[in-house]
Design a protein around this ligand. Structure first.
Ligand SMILES: Cc1cc2nc3c(=O)[nH]c(=O)nc-3n(C[C@H](O)[C@H](O)[C@H](O)COP(=O)(O)O)c2cc1C
Length: 186
């Protein structure tokens, strides 16, 4: 099974990356997989220019030639796409949103048959991002799975390390196991 991980956070190894670690740990328990990591903050990916070249040209290629081409190629071959990102200003952070916009070039071919595993960390609100994924999933026939983790203790008014969130870490681990097993059966 081929898995690509879109790491949105500029903070390597922190909250959303830790959910990824648990997801992969679960996945690794069920069969062999090829896992490719993309650290979006370290890639050169321009925002979509709205030129519509991808929707109007033959082949539906994006007009921009940058590091996004690596993601396009890996995405086409992937069974599972992991979106791992913190919430910034009530949405996917900019690194992740930029990639999402550039996915427009893939939308022409459709996302049918792809599995999205969405791993979101946040302090206060996550619904604007989860609702977006839930809204687009049926339209594109995406098999959608979401794990969210609040990294703040609202009563104590302090951020908490994700190591203090065993329930959500367990959910990410279980999701990896479930998706690994599911894809192996299909
Ligand atoms: C610039 C910035 C904006 C943020 N905006 C939000 C927000 O709107 N809502 C929220 O719930 N958390 C927000 N957060 C908190 C992060 O989503 C949260 O700390 C997350 O766990 C960080 O994940 P990371 O360790 O993977 O970077 C923001 C953090 C930063 C740095």
């Amino acid at each position: 099974m081929r898995v690509i991980i879109l790491h949105g956070s500029p903070r390597r190894g922190m909250n959303s990356d830790t959910l990824v670690v648990e997801f992969i740990r679960g996945l690794s328990e069920v069969g062999k997989h090829s896992v490719r990591h993309f650290y979006l903050n370290e890639m050169s990916i321009k925002p979509c220019q709205g030129c519509e070249h991808c929707s109007t040209s033959a082949g539906h290629r994006c007009a921009i030639d940058d590091d996004m081409t690596q993601i396009y190629d890996a995405y086409k071959a992937a069974d599972i796409i992991v979106w791992a990102t913190p919430m910034y200003w009530d949405y996917l952070n900019a690194q992740t949103k930029t990639v999402q916009d550039r996915m427009e070039a893939l939308a022409c071919e459709g996302f049918s048959g792809k599995t999205f595993a969405v791993l979101l960390t946040y302090r206060y609100h996550v619904e604007s991002a989860t609702n977006m994924f839930k809204r687009i999933a049926p339209d594109f026939n995406i098999d959608l799975h979401i794990v969210t983790c609040r990294t703040r203790d609202l009563e104590a008014k302090r951020d908490i390390p994700i190591s203090e969130c065993p329930k959500e870490l367990g959910e990410a681990y279980e999701l990896g196991k479930i998706l690994g097993a599911k894809k192996n059966r299909s």
